[in-house]
Design a protein around this ligand. Structure first.
Ligand SMILES: CC(C)(COP(=O)(O)OP(=O)(O)OC[C@H]1O[C@@H](n2cnc3c(N)ncnc32)[C@H](O)[C@@H]1OP(=O)(O)O)[C@@H](O)C(=O)NCCC(=O)NCCS
Length: 327
């Protein structure tokens, strides 16, 4: 019998420190009202100075272990992140080492805010091909270090966190990850983070010009996001022969509440069936969908046989969806 991939367990890690919109009012020409109205963000969490992306990843994994989840049979680790520990060794390999896993491959995956979807879809393909049985997807982002602290258009958006999913093989009875979609397109003219790439060594001049930090033409990104969100959702549903009405829970990437509201309204999807976390955590890049999925699951919002739709859009540009029939 062929194998299907399914999500066996989920856990999050949220750093303790809360940064409010009022905190930004002290240093920037901004206001709590502007940020809430234009983005939906009320607070975001920030990691400690001495807490790296790897540290947050391990805290999320420890939260998974506290649920009694055995990780000794993990044979693949994928780490979607834009804030990896080093160029190499990969963050995934550091995690492998900490978990003492011998028969395991590791991969850091660069797809910005779509990283969780790209990783789930990659894990699914590896499981369906018979290459792996248990893949740990560990999204981790220390992204609050990347915007220019003086750029009110980006610095207010981001938060740190980590989220882990254990994706495992099961006999195919129609449940599990049932359809996937991914696409990319280069638009470095509207969103980029070029620092430390081989074409973009960090120099004192570039640092003075803030060229090593996140650049984003927010309103341009916004316009493409709303279109491609809807396209990606429709394509993955069509592949599976499932209608949007049948979806019990929608977990979108959380970059701006207005993107989510627009997409929900356009497709006539009730906002009550969306996992919304942006007000608490802001945009947490690759870990955002993991946070929303894990919170909804632990709140009892997902039952066996429910259709759960995950859709992301992010830097790259990258976008994609995963459709799950919950096992
Ligand atoms: C970034 C984003 C919140 C900005 O909101 P927006 O409504 O598009 O705002 P704009 O960038 O058009 O700016 C409108 C005005 O608000 C100002 N503004 C920007 N940030 C502000 C802030 N924090 N406080 C007050 N005013 C602000 C701008 O300077 C501009 O002023 P101006 O009209 O005098 O020039 C929004 O565009 C967005 O969420 N984009 C998509 C992000 C995304 O999906 N990214 C992909 C994943 S990372």
């Amino acid at each position: 019998m062929s194998k299907k991939a399914y999500i066996k367990a989920l856990a999050n890690y949220i750093p303790e420190k809360v940064v409010t919109n009022y905190d930004f009012e002290k240093t920037l020409d901004t206001s709590h009202d502007w940020i809430v109205t234009r983005t939906g963000i009320e607070t975001r969490h920030m990691s400690r100075d001495d807490e790296s992306a790897y540290d947050m990843a391990m805290s999320a994994i420890n939260n998974l272990k506290l649920q009694g989840i055995d990780l000794s049979e993990v044979d693949g680790i994928i780490v979607p992140t834009t804030t990896k520990e080093y160029i190499f060794p990969s963050t995934a390999t550091l995690i492998q080492n900490a978990l003492g896993l011998k028969n395991c491959f590791t991969l850091d995956l660069s797809a910005a805010c779509s990283g969780y979807i790209y990783s789930l879809n990659t894990a699914t393909s590896l499981i369906e091909s018979g290459m792996c049985k248990n893949v740990l997807v560990v999204a981790t982002e220390k992204i609050t270090k990347d915007p220019n602290p003086e750029d009110r258009g980006t610095v207010i958006l981001f938060g740190d966190s980590a989220s882990v999913a254990l994706v495992s093989a099961r006999e195919d009875d129609g449940r599990g990850i049932i359809a996937m979609q991914m696409k990319s397109e280069v638009r470095e003219d509207i969103i980029s983070l070029k620092a430390s790439g081989s074409a973009f060594p960090i120099t004192p001049e570039r640092m003075d010009n803030h060229e090593h930090q996140i650049f984003m033409e927010g309103s341009e990104v916004f316009k493409i996001a709303v279109t491609e969100f809807a396209n990606s959702m429709n394509q993955v549903l069509e592949k599976a022969g499932v209608s949007l009405d049948q979806v019990a829970l929608f977990v979108p990437h959380q970059a701006n509440i207005r993107i989510i509201q627009y997409v929900a309204k356009k497709s006539n999807f009730p906002i009550e069936k969306v996992s919304l976390i942006i007000h608490k955590y802001g945009n947490t890049s690759a870990s955002s969908i993991g946070l929303g999925l894990t919170e909804a699951y632990h709140e009892g919002r997902i039952k066996k046989d429910d259709y759960v739709l995950l859709t992301a859009f992010g830097g790259g540009l990258t976008w994609g969806s995963t459709l799950i029939k919950w096992a």
